[in-house]
Design a protein around this ligand. Structure first.
Ligand code: NDP
Length: 322
């Protein structure tokens, strides 16, 4: 038995944004049709460690069944070391024999698949003529979101804000966007907003958003952290990647729920339900649509499977006896 090992640069070269957007759209639709299975992810957060360990398993049945496990350590201090804060791998197992078939570096998968899912949400939920994009944050996800927004919007005007102005300026210069001096300046007249920070407190206030905006809220992923104030969530039609994940893990949802700003019926639909037309999505130009992304294991399964298929065709990677 051999395992195909794929390094970060190999994964990166095989996972183009356009292809990943198609894969994410397909897998989220499959999830809505009940064709995949995934439990809630498990988070190991040792006291005082300053890091956390996430386990995200998923299964897809059918003709070539597959198990996937993303195992990832989040080390928030890594950017200061010049490293991605998300470190780990995606393991793929043959769903019939159980054999381990591939081991892929998870950093590019996490970056690209997350931005690709935001692109799917933007294509499904933003107003048709959306042009101005605000990206809040200037890290790994911000860079990937510049690419993914360009993939689904027609020559968008992109403004980037970050807590450290020099980071926003450096990213904006590198990708041909402009830097904004404040969140309000970035949000002014924005049609699409992507929040991709590690902030634990809201960085967006409802009064800074125009009616009709679409927001991809990507950064916060624990019950006690959020990027949006309660008024924004209450004013928006809320779409999610997975209901049970949001109800267990998302401060952007749980904090306004606890405050009484929204009710337990505030989640309109999963994104996949919009894709398979079980939900209409946006129904008016003045509506604020909000996609709360936490990231789910089936996304990693689909992205890793796409990379594996391409690696086999292109003879990329190292086969290791196991
Ligand atoms: P990075 O560490 O690369 O970037 C973090 C960004 O957050 C930086 O721009 C930083 O600003 C900013 N930031 C940090 N603290 C604050 C604060 N208190 N207020 C405002 N901004 C702040 O992280 P990534 O880009 O890899 O990830 C961004 C977020 O997205 C993380 O929270 C991560 O967990 C989440 N994520 C979500 C996924 C999903 O599927 N939904 C998948 C992967 C990641 P600066 O450096 O300018 O000071």
């Amino acid at each position: 038995m051999s395992v195909l090992v794929l390094e970060a640069r190999e994964v990166q070269s095989l996972l183009d944004m356009e292809g990943c957007i198609t894969a994410m759209s397909d897998v989220l639709a499959s999830l809505a049709r009940g064709e995949l299975f995934q439990p809630l992810r498990q988070i190991l957060q040792p006291p005082h460690a300053g890091t956390l360990f996430g386990l995200m398993p998923a299964h897809r049945g059918g003709g070539a069944p597959l198990y996937a496990l993303k195992e990832i350590v989040i080390a928030p201090d890594n950017p200061a070391r010049g490293m991605d804060s998300h470190q780990g791998s995606v393991l793929l197992h043959d769903g019939r024999t159980g054999e381990l078939v591939a081991l892929l570096n998870a950093s590019p998968i996490t970056a690209i698949r997350t931005a690709a899912v935001s692109a799917v949400a933007t294509r499904a939920l933003a107003r048709g003529n959306s042009h101005r994009v605000a990206i809040l944050g200037a890290g790994v996800q911000a860079r990937a979101h510049v690419e993914s927004m360009r993939a689904v919007l027609d020559d968008p005007e992109i403004r980037i804000w970050s807590r450290t102005a020099a980071h926003a300026e450096a990213l904006a210069t590198g990708v041909g966007a402009s830097a904004a001096a404040s969140v309000q300046e970035a949000l002014e007249d924005a049609d699409v907003v992507c929040t991709v920070t590690t902030s634990r407190e809201p960085i967006i206030r409802r009064e800074w958003l125009r009616d009709g905006v679409h927001v991809n809220a990507v950064g916060s992923s624990s019950p006690t952290a959020r990027e949006l104030d309660s008024a924004t969530v209450a004013a928006a039609i809320l779409f999610v990647d997975r209901r049970e994940s949001i109800s267990a893990e998302s401060g952007d949802y749980l904090i306004p729920l606890r405050e009484g700003a929204i009710g337990a019926d505030h989640i309109a639909a999963e994104l996949g339900e919009v894709l398979v037309r079980q939900h209409a999505g946006r129904t008016g130009n003045d509506e604020i649509t909000l996609f709360k992304s936490l990231g789910i294991g089936v996304e990693d399964l689909a992205a890793a499977e796409l990379v594996l298929r391409r690696a086999r065709i292109g003879g990329v990677g190292h086969e290791v006896d196991f």
